[in-house]
Design a protein around this ligand. Structure first.
Ligand code: 13P
Length: 243
C-alpha cells in the first residue's frame, strides 16, 4: 500500500510572517479525514523554524529544499542534515531542475545529497525530468533513466520519494497529460524495481487537474510549485478526491 505524498515547494517565496498568515488560513481548509495521505510543505530555510512551531501537533510535515552531504564545514550557502533535523524536518528535496539548471548540479552531487539525507534520517525527494528539447528528440526516457540510475545509486528505496517533473511543465501552465505522466512514473517504478516506491508527479499541478492526476495507477502524490503558494488552492490539492 503506497501512501500518497502531497508536497508544496515554496521555492524562494514566503517570509516568516507570510508563512504564519498562510498556515492560519490553510489549516482550517483541510478536510479532517486526510489520514490516507501525507501533506508536506517545503518553505525556504529561513522559515523552517517558524513553520515547525506553527505546525506543531498538526499532521503536516516539513521538507527542506536541499541538503548537503557533509555534516559541517566550509560550504558557504549550504545546509546540513543536522540543521534541518533541529526543526523537525522530515523530507529533503534534492535534484530539483532549478538547481540542476542554475547551479549545474550533477547526478553525482544529487546522489551524495540523497545518500546523506537518508543516512541522517531524512527522506529524500529526488526530482527527475526531461527538457522539452530532450522530449522532442525522443530522449526523455533515456535521460530520466540516467537520472534515476545515477541519482539513486546505493539508496534505500523504502525511505525515498521520486518526483517526476518534466521541465517543460514546470511553471509553464503546460501540464503533462495524466496518462503520459503515469506511463513515465510506471517506467521509473520498473527501473527502480520496487513496487512500493512513492512516485510523485510535478509540473503545473492545480486544483483543476489534481483529481485526475491522483486517479492514475502509478502517481502516488504531487510536488506543487506555484499553486502551493495560495493556501486555498493548495488546500484543494491536499483535499483531492480520486475520480
Ligand atoms: P509548478 O507547480 O509551479 O509548475 O512547479 C513545479 C515544481 O517545480 C515543484 O517542485
Amino acid at each position: 500500500m503506497r501512501k500518497p505524498v502531497i508536497a508544496g515547494n515554496w521555492k524562494m517565496h514566503m517570509t516568516c510572517s507570510m508563512a504564519k498568515a498562510y498556515i492560519d488560513s490553510f489549516l482550517p481548509l483541510l478536510r479532517d479525514d486526510l489520514i490516507d495521505r501525507t501533506i508536506v510543505l517545503a518553505p525556504p530555510f529561513t522559515a523552517l523554524s517558524t513553520m515547525s512551531e506553527l505546525i506543531a501537533g498538526v499532521s503536516l510535515e516539513l521538507s527542506s529544499q536541499n541538503v548537503h552531504w557533509e555534516k559541517k564545514g566550509a560550504f558557504t550557502a549550504e545546509i546540513s542534515p543536522e540543521m534541518l533535523l533541529e526543526h523537525h524536518v522530515k523530507y529533503a528535496i534534492v535534484g530539483h531542475s532549478e538547481p540542476r539548471k542554475y547551479f549545474s548540479e550533477s547526478d553525482e552531487q544529487i546522489n551524495k545529497r540523497a545518500l546523506s539525507a537518508q543516512q541522517n534520517g531524512l527522506i529524500p525527494i529526488v526530482c527527475v525530468g526531461e527538457t522539452d528539447q530532450q522530449r522532442e528528440m525522443g530522449e526523455a526516457e533515456r535521460v530520466i533513466r540516467r537520472q534515476v540510475e545515477q541519482g539513486l545509486e546505493g539508496i534505500l528505496t523504502s525511505q525515498l520519494v521520486v518526483a517526476y517533473e518534466p521541465i517543460w511543465a514546470i511553471g509553464t501552465g503546460k501540464t503533462c497529460e495524466a496518462e503520459e505522466a503515469n506511463r513515465i512514473c510506471s517506467l521509473i517504478r520498473k527501473w527502480v524495481d520496487f513496487e512500493d516506491l512513492i512516485i510523485q508527479y510535478g509540473g503545473s499541478v492545480k486544483p483543476d487537474n489534481i483529481d485526475q492526476l491522483m486517479s492514475m495507477s502509478d502517481i502516488d502524490g504531487v510536488l506543487v510549485g506555484g499553486a502551493s503558494l495560495d493556501p486555498k488552492s493548495f488546500a484543494r490539492i491536499a483535499n483531492y478526491q480520486e475520480i
